[in-house]
Write a protein that binds this ligand. Sequence first.
Ligand code: DSN
Length: 432
Amino acid sequence: MDSLKTHDPELYGYLEQETERQNLNFELIASENFASRATIEAMGSVLTNKYAEGYPGKRYYGGCEHVDKVEDLARNRAKKLFNADWVNVQPHSGASANAAVYLAFMKPGETLLGLDLAHGGHLTHGSPVNFSGITYNAEFYGVEKETGHINLDKVLEKAKKVKPKMISIGASAYPRDFDYKVFREIADEVGAFLWMDMAHTAGLIATGELNDPLPWSDVISTTTHKTLRGPRGGMILVGNDGENKLGVVASKSGRVKNVSEVLDSAVFPGSQGGPLMHVIAAKAVAFGEALQPEFKTYQKQVKTNAKRMAEEFMNRGYKLVSDGTDNHLILVDLRNKGLTGKIAEESLDKAGITVNKNMVPFDTESPFVTSGIRIGTPALTTRGFEEDEFSEVVRLIDLILQKPGDESIITSVKGDVQAMCKNFPLYDFITA
Ligand code: DSN
């Protein structure tokens, strides 16, 4: 980064600071990860200069012969990775991918049935402050107060009552797996489309560490930067393409379009303009990495580490939502410890331990305070942390949470955090 260093020293300084933060902190935000050097290099490439509205072979600009190959590479690798009939790698983010899903499957005012944000759902699954809740009629299912699990009988009951056009599955803070077959049966019983947003769990799904939604869902959306460990971005997939139930007709021929054609149009020109070709190149790199056997080993470890962390927290008297985890994250309910999520997040941050405060189901605190923290293993597992390191992570978190704000404990824990991070080096190239 020599040219950046001399060309824009102020900006370079901020990058240096952020690199140091990533290198020397415990990154435990469940939705974050560390992309490879090759992925980051592709993102920083000349492809950022190229306009390529349209799709490979059908662009609105000249000079697309090379970026066509890049996008095809990304698409083909993603199809292989997820055993999908069709993918669209152009969505700029998970929210953009979801906007295209709505555009393809729903008309304004129609009803979506999704997991409540306060029970682990996502903003774009019908929150009243998001376009999804503003444009569509959002209805919600939740988790059981006693178990923290989704009760599928209640989902069916709710679906029969509200008659949704589409049912969404997927979450940003749900530590358990989903039974897609039963969700499919529910969707079929009420005549709804079924949409899985696997943003958090895509890497675990790709490697068979969690149930596979592709055979059961009408459409699947994802981000590419969480467990999938690629560049920041989004993607849409279809497991079984073919004549769809949308009834959208190709105007000249009168033929009913495949669901993939409707979704392609919903991304471009429906909701986006020019694709970010540099990011699509980086997606291709990351999908290539995810097809390697080491990626499966990594995902297994992500899950094993989360289980170890769950056990360690419960042994120390912490209450976890659903009393454990099937995936890459845990949700700690801090109420029995007399703490809020806000206090916990702030105290841990001072010691170099990065988590996020999170609502727990049936929370009585506001979203700015919350009663919980969400903790995920993907990023530190990428660094090489295994079970023993995660036991130590929990010990250090517990030390802080026993006396939040105690400066001498914070200083001592921060020293331990940095020492461990130095034993598991991360990036040495960004500011080199
Ligand atoms: N913001 C992401 C998360 O942290 O889960 C979801 O978009």
